[in-house]
Design a protein. Structure first.
Length: 142
């Protein structure tokens, strides 16, 4: 396979340009490079969305941990303020009951976030794949 060379004059300067000839499969090389570039851009987009998803997990996790640390500090304050052992036992059992409930609620939030992110990722992958396939088909036909 050879490239076609074309000489043109522009403002008195000769310029040699190369134009790829169609390959044995009837496709030019440059459209394939364009499709490769689109695939790379789609992969970069997927990585950016994955990074954003991880950041959403971090935000949710840190907000929950902040709340739990505040509750731990409140437990210490309540234990110090209680005059008797029975009060301390009630305070601690209430704390554990609330903590268990909050951890279960947080697990539900994380599961919902995971489901939402998986759905968004699948949708993006389908759209990117469809775009790449349509572009490849259009370049092949052209």
């Amino acid at each position: 396979m050879a490239d076609a060379f074309v000489c043109t004059a522009h403002n008195g300067v000769s310029i040699m340009q190369t134009h790829p000839e169609p390959s044995q499969f009837g496709m030019q090389l440059w459209p394939m490079a364009e499709n490769g570039q689109k695939v790379v851009l789609a992969a970069a987009s997927l990585q950016a969305h994955a990074f954003k998803a991880v950041m959403r997990y971090h935000i949710e996790t840190l907000a929950f941990l902040k709340h739990r640390c505040e509750q731990d500090a409140k437990l210490a304050d309540d234990l110090i303020a209680g005059p008797e052992f029975n009060d301390a036992f009630d305070i601690f059992s209430t704390f554990l009951q609330n903590a268990t409930s909050e951890y279960a609620t947080e697990a539900g939030k994380v599961a919902a976030l995971t489901s939402k992110l998986a759905s968004e990722t699948a949708r993006r992958l389908r759209n990117e794949a469809r775009t790449v396939i349509e572009d490849a088909a259009a370049k092949t036909v052209a």
